[in-house]
Design a protein around this ligand. Structure first.
Ligand SMILES: *Cc1c(COP(=O)(O)O)cnc(C)c1O
Length: 551
């Protein structure tokens, strides 16, 4: 059955979004009216408050501290309400003279408007222009082929942006109750705020925008790298203002609406989810729609192929290494290794610098293992010398460490600790839960016996099982060690190995299918190297954005 929760109304801004590429009409006039008062304002200062109603815009320019100072110097007094009226009177007069020349539809809007109408989506509009100004723009744009269904100006709502009333007026005229079914599209920060305040989906457009402030020919001629950098800055500013999405140009609107419709259909407003925080693709989730039987050959072959692919990702061959899959979340697999590979006569050294490192200690404690935690503190780096000294003082048989300490994001030196493990002949366990699949790990180089990760981290599957990649000789040594029936590493491996991928107890078939699909998608993306690159780029964007929130 078709869900009728779909976008019903798209509200566009005018200048800079649908007409007047680069939003130049009001800009020139703002500069002119201040010039005539003997005050030279910059393009940037004139652009900054764009999107507000024009009278509010003039006041915002005056409130800029540099302009306030210039005014005081020039007139030996503060500016006042009369000055705003004066400036505005002049603004209107000048704007009316030129406005018709700035009504050319931005390329792409005419076919887009047709497409929206063909799909029963209404086209609304809001603006910073007054009714009298907009009437000129409406006429000019209509002659050139663009005309929305309705036009609301601050004249009708008494206050303009960033208040949401013009959007509500649009919704009211179309009798739409639910702001979730409405999209606001604009090119200024006040557009974004208007949309957010109204609680509708809000999209910023970069090319042609006031924020980018470039003519179309300038954009087309500009060096791609320089343009890319300028566009990135605009995008960041719009995202920080609250935009749900920022698109390069108006031609991307329809695709953006399709994405929003998907979200509405799924009743899933999250952009990042499935513990990670990662996102699973629709196709990964779709893979779960098919039932498979635990004992079917089809299913078991899939499991075998999946195990083989995991070895490939770790740059291993199946002569020395094997993969064990364990039901449950990642911790279940950590517990299966800690409980299934260490006996009561042996002793474990846990290297910790965060919650997940300490969790290995907790597991050891409950299992009544002989163990010691070497805790470098939540913000501490691993010190190799301290590790070696500790090993020299006491006799250990095992050493365990987290690779990416997810709680802080720190990457611990798995290869260097591997050298120490080798030197002192320790069995080495790595919790690579949140790094495997997202960061290239040459497992043989680490010298480790067991590496643990799970379905819902960097491979981007859904939660439900964990996996352990282990040296076969180390797995065989686990025989009869486990003190748990279900978390018995050796027995789980033995069954999987002897019965062609069969799990010991009911296996999470849907999750496994989803995981297999996720592995194919990892390969399609270009493997770990490409995924790592994408994660690093995302990381850089995140860091830069977060720095801006720092007080
Ligand atoms: C996610 C994670 C785990 C396992 O957590 P679960 O909630 O059991 O899936 C263990 N170690 C690290 C480093 C992790 O990031």
């Amino acid at each position: 059955m078709k869900n009728n929760k779909q976008i019903k109304l798209v509200i566009f801004d005018w200048a800079g979004t649908t007409v007047d590429y680069g939003c130049f009409a009001p800009l020139e006039v703002f500069i002119k009216i201040f010039q005539e008062k003997g005050i030279n304002i910059t393009y940037g200062e004139a652009r900054e408050p764009m999107g507000l109603s024009k009278i509010d815009h003039i006041e915002a320019i005056l409130k800029n501290s540099r302009i306030t100072d210039l005014w005081k110097k020039k007139y030996n007094r503060e500016w006042n309400k009369n000055d705003i009226s004066d400036l505005y009177f002049n603004f209107e007069k000048k704007l009316f003279e030129i406005l018709e020349n700035y009504t050319t539809p931005i390329s792409g809007i005419i076919p887009l408007a047709k497409k929206l109408r063909d799909n029963n989506i209404k086209i609304g509009s809001t603006t910073g222009y007054t009714r009298k100004m907009l009437d000129i723009v409406i006429d000019g744009a209509k002659k050139k082929g663009y005309s929305p269904d309705i036009f609301v100006t601050p004249t009708e709502t008494s206050v303009g942006r960033p208040y949401p009333y013009m959007i509500y007026e649009n919704m009211s005229l179309f009798n739409i109750k639910d702001p979730n079914l409405v999209v606001k599209i604009g090119d200024t920060i006040s557009d974004i705020k208007e949309g957010i305040n109204a609680g509708v989906w809000t999209i910023g457009v970069i090319k042609g925008s006031n924020e980018l402030g470039l003519r179309e020919d300038e954009v087309n001629a500009m060096d791609k790298k320089i343009l890319g950098e300028k566009m990135r800055k605009v995008k960041e500013k719009m995202i920080l203002a609250g935009a749900h999405m920022v698109i390069d140009d108006i031609t991307e609107v329809y695709a953006a609406i399709k994405i929003i419709n998907q979200k509405l259909e799924e009743k899933n407003p999250y952009l990042l989810l499935t513990p990670g925080p990662l996102t699973t693709t629709k196709s990964v989730r779709k893979a779960m729609m098919k039932d498979l039987c635990t004992w079917d050959d089809d299913y078991n072959n899939l499991v075998q192929d999946l195990r083989k692919r995991l070895l490939d990702i770790a740059y291993l061959n199946s002569k020395k290494y094997s993969v064990v899959l364990i039901q449950g979340s990642g911790t279940f697999s950590v517990e299966a290794v800690i409980g299934g590979s260490i006996s009561s006569e042996e002793k474990l050294l846990v290297i910790a610098n965060g919650a997940y490192g300490n969790r290995i200690g907790e597991i050891s404690n409950i299992l009544k293992h002989n163990y010691k935690i070497l805790d470098f503190g939540e913000l501490g780096a691993i010190n190799l010398k301290t590790i070696e000294e500790t090993i020299k003082e006491e006799k250990f048989t095992h050493i365990a460490m987290v690779h990416c300490e997810t709680t802080t994001g720190r990457l611990n030196p798995i290869n260097e600790v591997g050298e120490i493990a080798k030197k002192y002949n320790l069995s080495y366990i790595i919790d690579a839960m949140s790094s495997f699949g997202g960061i290239s790990i040459d497992m043989e180089k680490t010298n480790c016996d067991f590496l643990i990760s799970s379905s819902n981290k960097c491979i981007q599957g859904v939660p439900g099982f964990g996996f352990i990649i282990g040296k076969i000789e180390a797995i065989i040594k686990c025989k009869n060690k486990a003190k748990s029936l279900s978390l018995d590493l050796y027995s789980q491996w033995k069954t999987m190995n002897d019965f062609n991928g069969k799990w010991r107890f009911t296996s999470p078939t849907h999750v496994v299918r989803a995981f297999y699909q996720a592995l194919l998608e990892l390969e399609n993306e270009g493997g770990i190297k490409e995924r790592e690159k994408r994660y690093k780029e995302n990381n850089a964007i995140l860091l830069e954005g977060m720095k801006k929130f720092r007080l």
